[in-house]
Write a protein that binds this ligand. Structure first.
Ligand SMILES: Nc1ncnc2c1ncn2[C@@H]1O[C@H](COP(=O)(O)OP(=O)(O)OP(=O)(O)O)[C@@H](O)[C@H]1O
Length: 261
């Protein structure tokens, strides 16, 4: 594996405490002839205050890695930690609580409840957990994503970009240890997508959040502090401070190698 340090050196966050990690992570689906090694020995750490993009061709294991590290899916062997909590040691109830209290999610489909207002959607995970929102934090997050004038609208009265802003605010509302975003701009036009990526980046820069984003899009990866490249369930490359152009070049290299192998 080559680690590209980029023209400006290592990310300042690169030596911070670890927010989440995976060690020698394996995930196999099916058995016999149908056996698929979706993850084949992945070692990775996501540091606090760092924005990581996970990239790779279709079927390379990006979603599987995200789901295993976020406690949404089980793994075959290896270890996953959120902070110092080892996920393999938790029962289902403890895992549910960990996801609710310590992890924020943003999905491609916004997954908002249509009968609730924007504000009610944003605070729903806190309501379910029986926690009072930290009002100052909430106001800050809502202002950051530019929703202050839309809080009493229902999702059907909002544009796609505004709905995804609600989803980003919901992910940040509980001050999670880490936010996982799975193709968060996949359903948006390029302008709305750029806004959402800007908010995710701001949440890292201004709020010290840790964000892990799965994406196919080199432009989206250009917002991250580093891009990690998966192929066949393994990490094959990493780029610090990626730009869209450098990510695109790297992806072309992979495609060329795949053709010549
Ligand atoms: N539930 C499942 N049962 C069997 N195989 C699966 C299942 N989910 C994923 N796989 C397989 O595991 C491998 C990794 O899939 P994964 O969805 O993680 O890839 P990905 O990189 O996220 O792909 P994409 O970019 O297309 O979303 C693929 O070969 C896929 O077919």
């Amino acid at each position: 594996m080559t680690v590209d340090q980029g023209p400006v050196g290592q990310s300042p966050a690169a030596r911070g405490p670890v927010a989440a990690s995976a060690g020698d992570l394996h995930k196999t689906y099916g058995s016999g002839e149908n056996r698929v090694r979706a993850l084949d020995g992945v070692d990775i750490a996501f540091r606090q205050g760092e924005f990581t993009a996970i990239m790779g061709p279709s079927g390379s294991g990006k979603s599987t890695l995200m789901h295993c590290v976020a406690g949404l899916d089980s793994f075959t062997s290896g270890s996953v930690r959120i902070g110092t909590t080892e996920l393999g040691r938790l029962d289902d109830r403890q895992l549910t609580e960990l996801r609710r209290d310590r992890i924020g999610f943003v999905f491609q489909a916004f997954h908002l409840l249509p009968t609730l207002t924007a504000l009610e959607n944003i605070t729903l995970p806190l309501t379910i957990a029986g926690r009072r929102p930290d009002r100052r934090w909430l106001d800050h997050v809502i202002a950051m994503v530019g929703l202050t004038g839309r809080l009493h609208h229902r999702p059907g009265e909002l544009s796609g970009g505004q709905q995804q802003r609600v989803a980003v605010a919901r992910a940040l509302a509980a001050r999670p240890s880490i936010v996982f975003a799975d193709e968060p701009t996949g359903n948006l036009d390029s302008r709305a997508g750029a806004e959402i990526l800007g908010f995710l980046r701001d949440s890292v820069r201004e709020l010290g959040q840790t964000v892990v984003m799965v994406t196919h899009d080199p432009v989206a990866a250009g917002y991250a502090d580093r891009a990690v490249f998966l192929a066949d369930g393994r990490i094959v490359d990493e780029m610090v401070r990626p730009s869209a152009e450098r990510v695109l070049d790297r992806m072309k290299d992979f495609d060329a190698r795949a053709v010549t192998v």
